[in-house]
Each structure stands twice: as C-alpha cells, then as structure tokens.
Design a protein around this ligand. Sequence first.
Ligand code: PMP
Length: 290
Amino acid sequence: FDQRDGLIWVDGTFVPWAEAKLHVLSHGLHYGSSVFEGERAYGGLIFKSTEHSERLRRSAEVLDFEIPYTVAEIDAAKALVLSKAGLSDAYIRPVAWRGSEMMGVSAQSNTIHLAIAAWDWPSYFKPEERMKGIRLDMAQYRRPDPATAPCHSKAAGLYMICTISKHAAERKGYADALMLDWQGRVAECTGANVFFTRDGAIHTPIADCFLDGITRRTVIDLAKRRGFEVVERRIMPDELSTFDECFITGTAAEVTPVSEIAAHRYTPATITATLMDDYMSEVRPKAQAA
Ligand code: PMP
C-alpha cells in the first residue's frame, strides 16, 4: 500500500506516495500520540468534510496536542488532495501525530504533523457479503471505561483492541466483531456503529463510551425523517436474540446489513434497505442526485 503512485499531502506540501515517510523515533509511533479521520467523497465532494475536520482537531486536543491548521485549512487541503488525485468517489484519510524531536512519555514541544491521503475504496465489505448481510463474531475485548481511556477521541491507540478483535473474527470466517463496552453492554463494531430493529422501531446503544459516528447521527436523522422511532438506550447482549434486523454504520461501511451475530440470525429487510438507499442519496451531492 505504501508503494502506490500518486501524491500525499504532508505538512502543507505534496510528496510522492512512496516517499511520504516519518522518522522511526516519532512519538506517535512509540506512545500512540496519533489521531486520524476516515471520510468519503461522493461525486467530488467530501461528505460532512467540516464535521470530520472539527472531530480531527478535537481528537487531537483530547490527546493534548493542537493540529497547526484550522478547520478551514484542513477542509481546503482535503479538497486539494481529492482533486489532485483525480478522484470523485474516494476515501480520505487525514492523520495527525506528534513528531520525533524528543523521545519520552513527555514530548511537550515535539512538532505536530498532519498528512492527508485519498484513494479509491469502493466498499468496506465484499459486495456479495454486503447484499446478504455480513456475519459478526463477539469480540474478545471491550470498549474501555471513559475513566480509563480517551474514548471520544478517534485516537490511533484505541484501535489496537479493534485490530486484535477483527483479526480474530476474520480467522473464524466472520467479517467483523461486535464489541461490548466496559459494563458489558452492546457497544459497536471495530470500525462502525451498530443498530437493531424490533417491531418497526430502531434501537441503538447510547454512544457514551465509544465514537458517536457521523454516519450514526446521519442515519438517525434519516430514520426520524422517515417516521421511524429511534431509541438510544442500554442494550444488553441477552437481547441480541430479540431483534429482527441489524445493520452497522460508518464512513467506510456506509449502511451495511448484518445477518448474524455469533448464534443470532437477522434478516435484512425494509428498514435496513430503506436506510441504505436514503443514506446513498443523502451523501450524493444534490445536483447529481437526479
Ligand atoms: N466506531 C469506530 C470504532 C470507528 O472507527 C468508526 C469509523 N470512523 C465509527 C464508529 C463510525 O464513525 P463515522 O460514522 O464517523 O465514520
């Protein structure tokens, strides 16, 4: 992946893809002082670009560093990356990290870097899996207690337990893993939020100790616009057998139906299909929607 053609924006200049490197003594690598975003462009426009730029800056502030670019500058840089890449539908990955001047837990004055790359990433899951719904395993790790970890930051360090959990699920033939939170409640997947339906209503966990996804909030709004009841509440794993439909949401995953969580089966139906369609028309720039 690091040997592609193309350009990556690094600290304000474009660098050939294969040469966009950082020093091995970077604080971000050793101590996890790194935050990132995942965004998608549709028809040449980044969906909710400013919300993502704001979240990136907030994620960094939670880790006690300030990205040396304003939200407007980050928005402009992302748009430039996209147009230079000549992509209209693409995935955009900004990442910010603490540099390499000082080595130690404390590195107060290290330079803060920002890089932005964009590439073609059609669908998070294989298209054939997506249509019939993906299968989820239960993750071995739980989302940490907000008193233990900066859980509202999209911090690279929080993804360590996601990668371990997703690898374990994939080895068993599942597409992803469902994570519980520190109290044993249903939380989210390793890179997406989760929703359920029962008797025509939509249920989703309260995002109090994991990422309140931009897609999650978009889908909640779309569901309410359709007149569906949306209930954000505590969902325990013993309820998993009582739901009709299940789907996950995320920038990369968009709205993806789920057919199975460990032993529980779901049949993707009207609510999931409606929200998949509504989401795809919401993200398309309006001039192109017709
Ligand atoms: N949870 C996790 C752990 C994620 O990585 C993501 C993807 N950023 C989400 C939820 C969904 O967030 P969004 O809808 O903002 O992409």
